[in-house]
Ligand binder design. Structure first.
Ligand SMILES: [Zn+2]
Length: 318
């Protein structure tokens, strides 16, 4: 485990024991950000369940939430656990996740879909930004249709899983047959092969009987892809850009979620709107570099964490 005192240090500690209602995981990746002195650092994490609870059986890979809400207050009982001000934060109120083994309450873990890499799952954009977009930023339409334009990218595939689980009819676009099959298994209604069917918005208009998609999720950052996606949009549509690194207007590696202005027919128009209004802090995340800790690179990863300083979204793995 990695502990923050005046500086970070590596320590050996006895393994924690799992209590009833908890799972014990072998950590494969942990995102290290804000932490308090004396605490094991590490917020959200990915791990393999070694000792399960209920349907969370050994062998499943799970995402560990960085906070544990009280589940008793007004906000929690109303389903707004993100607003709980008694929530315990890993690395600050509790020991964090940068340890080889950790325990977590079964309500604090989410199974990571097959085919989604640790780094993508950890960036948590799909798990956090999408529910925020769907529940916070927009009224869910009567027959919600979402288009996810690149499931060849892990974030895209994760988005398709999340949206299908949230009850959206999901149309995905991807070039790899295996990825399209994975999206289908995850609940996507239609999978389009971009290489043979570049006018993929025709499929959206078909499925929606001309109404279009109310949510567009893009992970490519490529103008032509978003332009084509906008062709199949509904009258009121929100655009979610996940990790379009290096965009000169949106910035590196940001996550953006905004309504598409009525007049926008291309990505430049949609992005300009975002720039004019300013990016909402909650949905803008720093670019996430990933440091692997296997192969004797522990010291190197600790150095990288230290170089980011406290309070920044800097990951390390154990
Ligand atoms: Zn609460």
């Amino acid at each position: 485990m990695v502990r923050r005192d005046a500086r970070l240090s590596l320590e050996d500690r006895p393994e924690p024991t799992r209590r009833s209602g908890q799972v014990l995981l072998e950590t494969s990746a942990a995102l290290v950000g804000t932490s308090a002195d004396g605490m094991v650092v590490g917020g959200m994490a990915i791990g393999l369940i070694r000792e399960g609870a209920g349907s969370l059986v050994p062998g499943l890979r799970a995402f560990v939430h960085p906070t544990t809400p009280c589940r008793k207050c007004h906000a929690c009982r109303g389903g707004a656990e993100g607003l709980c001000d008694k929530a315990k934060v890993r690395g600050v109120d509790l020991d964090g996740t940068a340890s080889t083994v950790l325990v977590a309450g079964r309500q604090d873990v989410v199974i990571v879909p097959e085919g989604v890499g640790d780094a993508a799952a950890l960036s948590a954009a799909a798990f956090h930004a999408l529910p925020i977009a769907v529940f916070g930023g927009m009224a869910v339409p009567r027959s919600p249709i979402a288009l996810v334009t690149d499931i060849d990218h892990d974030l895209g595939l994760a988005s398709a899983h999340v949206l299908a689980a949230l009850g959206w009819q999901v149309i995905v676009v991807g070039a790899e047959p295996g990825r399209r099959a994975a999206a289908g298994a995850a609940g996507a209604a239609v999978a389009v092969d971009r290489s043979t069917f570049p006018a993929f918005s025709d499929a959206v208009l078909d499925v929606s009987e001309g109404a279009g998609a109310q949510l567009l999720v893009d992970t490519t950052g490529v103008d032509g892809v978003v332009d084509e996606a906008l062709r199949g949009r509904a009258a009121r549509t929100r655009l979610v850009l996940l990790g379009p690194g290096g965009d000169p207007e949106a910035g590196p590696g940001v996550t953006v979620e905004r309504p598409v202005p009525a007049g926008a027919t291309d990505r430049a128009g949609a992005i300009r709107f975002v720039s004019e209004r300013g990016l909402p802090d909650v949905l803008v995340r720093p670019e996430v570099p990933v440091a692997a800790l296997d192969g004797g690179s522990v010291d190197d990863a600790v150095d990288r964490v230290v170089s980011f300083g406290p309070g920044e979204g800097s990951p390390a793995e154990t």
